[in-house]
Design a binder for this molecule. Structure first.
Ligand code: SF4
Length: 689
């Protein structure tokens, strides 16, 4: 099907604009179809991408054409998934969920929403779980990446989202990229960073153990040992205070808790930080000076900071750094978490969380709850539910009995894959809605064929809080339905009035109930999208915390560095890092169906430093075994200086060598985000067995 990309646009018979689904940047694209096949994708000259598109946006959507799309509902009978009518599938789900609810209570059911599906679908999903099934056991895959960022930013600033806009990066004088392989995971955002450096002379600081592509553009590369980010960031602040480079005016007028922070930082002098992190003291000092002296300093970070059991603390340290230097509330500054999935921000905004309703309204707040109860005409539970990892653990312990998973390949994405598989196998009843028979769907009792983004209308909210339109361009194959249609039909089958004839009606309900979405309509966002919180005149808010923080004053938090419990030892002497690449997306369920992307990268591998290659007698291209205390994979070694000695790197996209077979589900107590980036491991020749 990929040859279709050679087609010229005037040969297409249909074209329309929509929003890319391959990362949280939310680039605007124009899709061209011929005979209902996606044949070409072009960029659109609008925010946030301004005419740019990366290879994943340009070529990564041809999975919609795949012959192996699910086109019929499937129900497991005598061990096999067999095609059935929608009527039979919905009846089966309704009966089984009702049975579990009656026998074990609502808390025995859990739901995983989707950071890929639209806002309208995530909204309906959490409403269905709360209203029809009576549970707050609702979560989504943002738990695996950025929930630690949400929690930390709420604590420090009163709002858990990116403070500034992507395009403002070009206005920064200094950009500090921490734990974000931006070129690979958010290529169009990396383009703005490079433009700032190349065109405007901005200084670039990179904090990353791997030699990522941005290092070539950096003035300062801080290369810490994995898991020492808090110490590194505290070290930067120690240097700033030692030289009196902090912004006293901003600290005095806009913040609280500075004295405690200052005291806590005295232990992080550069020499001590060098011992803790491996970053040479001189390099730390130079980077600190560069950031502190910038008129506009912007901090960009991603899962390298957040996917740790100290993820919330890491982000709190970055918030301290931004406030200490007065780099918040102005153009070209701010604290900017990059969401991995296209609608990770939106899924959280929509209340697909165990303790929040839409717009982060709390299920603890009787006023907020009352508003929803009145609108939904149904009582809802007010005890916080289980997070994604907790649901899997609960199912493994035989407590959670039923699950509904919408567009999430949990088997491939969650840490401790063996436990995840066991947990899903253990369930009495599992429903999965997905365009493909993923590793997760293959375990289900009922599989529902779901439409892709080109086959439905709705909205996504990108990493910079921009609510953007998704437009239906192609007819879905066979009997496929959109997630919102599936949930509506299921709710009605279970006796609840979920009568929506189109997604716009769902958005009206969202916008009425959600102050940050403040009454928006599709007309308001058709051209440009709007960054929440939406103002009364329907303008957006590109920069948060301008006059004051959303909680009033910004709060400094004294954060101490703690070494991970699991340190490399004789049995597992190396550190394991996992992550994304430029040429594949997430668990590969969609991107590996693109011929262009697969031609670039279709083989799992592990990066090994030459020193370790020599130590363990491994050569480039050799098949090796990587093991942790949880499991092992076999893959090909790539000997490269990109990883430091003592650390190896495994990409997350490959079912043949799943990185999550190696990673642990121990999570950050503050956010529930698992420490995916902190396992100890060993590597050996396959022939050594
Ligand atoms: Fe799509 Fe992200 Fe690439 Fe933009 S940067 S085209 S949103 S994958």
């Amino acid at each position: 099907k990929q040859e279709g990309h050679e087609i010229r646009k005037w040969e297409a018979d249909t074209a329309a604009r929509t929003t890319c689904t391959n990362c949280g940047t939310g680039c605007q694209l124009k899709a061209y179809l011929k005979d209902n096949e996606l044949v070409r994708v072009e960029s659109v000259d609008a925010s946030p991408n301004e005419g740019a598109l990366c290879i994943k946006g340009r070529f990564g959507h041809t999975y919609v054409n795949s012959d192996d799309r699910l086109t019929q509902a499937l129900v497991r009978k005598e061990g096999n998934l067999v095609p059935v009518s929608w009527k039979e599938a919905l009846r089966e789900i309704s009966n089984k969920f009702t049975e579990i609810k009656e026998e074990h209570g609502s808390e025995a059911i859990g739901g995983i929403a989707s950071a890929v599906s639209t806002n309208e679908e995530n909204y309906l999903f959490q409403k269905f779980m709360r209203v029809c099934l009576g549970t707050n056991n609702i979560d989504q895959s943002n738990r695996l990446c950025q929930t630690s960022s949400m929690i930390a930013l709420e604590k420090a600033f009163g709002c858990g989202a990116m403070t500034n806009s992507v395009e403002e990066l070009t206005e920064a004088d200094c950009i500090f990229v921490a734990g974000s392989n931006t070129t690979a995971a958010h290529p169009v955002i990396a383009r703005y960073i490079k433009e700032a450096v190349r065109e405007n002379g901005a200084e670039l600081i990179v904090l990353d153990p791997r030699e990522i592509e941005l290092v070539r553009w950096a003035d300062h590369w801080l290369r810490p040992d994995i898991g020492t980010d808090t110490a590194s960031i505290n070290g930067l602040m120690n240097v700033i205070l030692d030289n009196d480079w902090q912004d006293d005016k901003f600290i005095e007028a806009r913040t609280e808790g500075f004295a405690e922070l200052k005291e806590s930082l005295s232990d992080y002098d550069p020499d001590r930080v060098e011992e803790m992190t491996g970053i040479p003291a001189d390099e730390l000092k130079k980077a600190a000076e560069s950031f502190a002296k910038a008129e506009r300093g912007s901090i960009v970070f991603a899962s390298g900071i957040t996917q740790h059991t100290s993820g919330t603390k890491n982000v709190l340290s970055l918030a301290n750094l931004a406030m200490m230097t007065g780099n918040i509330g102005r153009e070209g500054t701010g604290l900017n978490p990059l969401q991995g999935q296209n609608n990770a921000q939106g899924a959280s905004d929509m209340g697909a969380l165990p303790d929040r309703l839409t717009g982060y309204q709390s299920i603890d707040d009787p006023k907020d709850v009352c508003k929803f109860v009145n609108n939904w005409n149904k009582e809802i539970p007010t005890e916080p539910g289980l997070t994604k990892i907790e649901m899997i653990r609960s199912a493994a312990a035989d407590e959670l009995k039923g699950m509904f998973i919408m567009g999430d390949n949990t088997v491939m994405s969650d840490p401790n894959m063996m436990q995840t598989e066991m947990a899903l196998d253990n369930l009495e009843f599992l429903v999965v809605a997905d365009p493909f028979l993923t590793e997760t769907a293959a375990k289900a009792d009922v599989v529902l064929p779901a439409a892709t983004f080109l086959e439905k209308e709705g909205t996504f909210t990108n990493t910079e809080r921009r609510i953007q339109k998704v437009n239906k361009i192609r007819e879905a194959p066979g009997k496929t339905r959109s997630d919102w249609e599936i949930i509506s039909a299921l709710a009605q089958k279970m006796g609840y009035k979920f009568k929506y004839s189109r997604p716009e009606e769902i958005m009206k309900e969202i916008a009425d109930l959600t102050p940050i979405y403040n009454g928006i309509t599709y007309d308001d966002i058709e051209e440009e999208g709007i960054q929440w919180p939406v103002q009364d005149d329907k303008s957006g808010t590109p920069i948060l915390h301008q006059e004051e923080f959303m909680r009033g004053k910004g709060v400094f938090h004294a954060v101490e560095y703690e070494q991970y419990e699991e340190q490399p030892d004789e049995e597992y002497p190396l550190r394991l890092s996992t992550g994304r690449t430029l040429y594949q997306v997430r668990t590969g369920a969609m991107s590996r169906r693109s011929d262009v992307l697969s031609a670039k990268l279709d083989q799992p591998y592990v990066e090994v430093n030459p020193e370790d290659g020599e130590k363990y007698d491994l050569s480039d291209g050799e098949e090796v075994k990587v093991s942790t205390k949880l499991g092992q994979i076999q893959t090909e070694a790539r000997i490269t200086e990109k990883v430091p000695a003592g650390t190896i790197f495994v990409p997350i996209h490959f079912t043949e060598s799943p990185a999550n077979q190696l990673t642990d589900d121990t999570f950050d107590e503050d956010s529930g985000t698992p420490g995916i980036k902190q396992a100890s491991c060993r590597i050996e020749k396959v022939s050594a067995e």
